[in-house]
Design a protein around this ligand. Sequence first.
Ligand code: SF4
Length: 406
Amino acid sequence: MSERSIERLRKIEEIYRNNVELVSRIRELSKKLLEELKRRKKITKIRIMNFCGTHEWTTVYYGIRSIVPPEIELVAGPGCPVCITPSYYVEKCIELAFEGFRIYTYGDTYRVPTVKRINGVRSLEEAKASGCDVVVVYSFLEAIQHFKNNPKDSIFLGIGFETIAPAYAQMFLNNKVPEKLYFLSVVRLTPPAAEYSIEACKSKLLEVYGEEPAFGVIAPGHVSTITGGEAWSFLSEKYRIPVVVSGFEPVDVLLSICEILRQLLKGEAKTVIEYVRAVTWRGNIYAREIMNRVFDVKKSAWRGIGIIPRSGLYLKDMYERWDAYKQLGIEDLDESKWVKDTPPGCRCGEIMLGLAYPTDCKHFLKSCTPSRPLGPCMVSSEGTCSIWARYGSTILINELAKELGL
Ligand code: SF4
């Protein structure tokens, strides 16, 4: 990208980030739309779910829940790859680290606590402190480069969503992955999880309130650069839900909320792209093609949630010599092996399905904090509990005021 284009993009981001006047206009608009919805459609409760940790970050950091009317409930879905990585795969890596394998991992997965203790430890970080060979990397490429200078039987713990999968695929297609560097694929696909969450959320709300609120979805901007906006259109077509692929600045999120309200008012259910400066309808066709050449799509396990059909990417047979499942005899999780893998009292599973808020958990900011996480959502900068703990002071003050009847 040229210097001029970068400068142009920077200016656009600035407008979306710091435009107080625009924020107040959108706020007024959301209020008016809501009044009309109440008057004309008798809709009094609207639930808008996001599927990206960065959208939750924007929502909390910029206080968007306090900007929009309280009838609009903003909830987070399973949008953090570290949070949804089942404890089982980290436990397997710890076991293999104690057997002498080197483990390559990202910084967040390094800290994520497991449910079971393996040789007395509950994370890759603790395994390293016990003398295991665990190396933190920023990318698969960095792991490959490190391995070439220090060859030894190793495992790369390959987590992530559609955003990272093409980078993994490219390494295999370019023959860059050395022998004995095994890839443990825990790559997950977001649209199937979105569908699962919407179903779970709808049936739970029906059970609790006897009626479903109106729904809207803020679809993830980063993932959609690869999948395109079209990946989300099934939500509009099958469930009649307005979907907006949104950017990450406060104005992006507010505009997306207004578009959802507008569609509800007009009785529409469309998938639209607000984040037009980065996302197209068809996405990155090349990236999707190389993913399809390297990976098969199968059912897969999500931490705290369960098994979701067609939601995981696994290396195709032609790449089996790098496949940690096949070469190291790691059994994958299925319905018969999956058990709820969050610590007692931890409500991450419900939080990731939009059925609870972090403040509903008895451990929140007591026995679970960003510096001493108990559950997976408290680890990564994209985890809902971690975001609320770090930036949610307004939410916490409101909760306290409610508790004290103020
Ligand atoms: Fe889990 Fe901690 Fe969040 Fe509670 S506060 S739901 S224990 S991550």
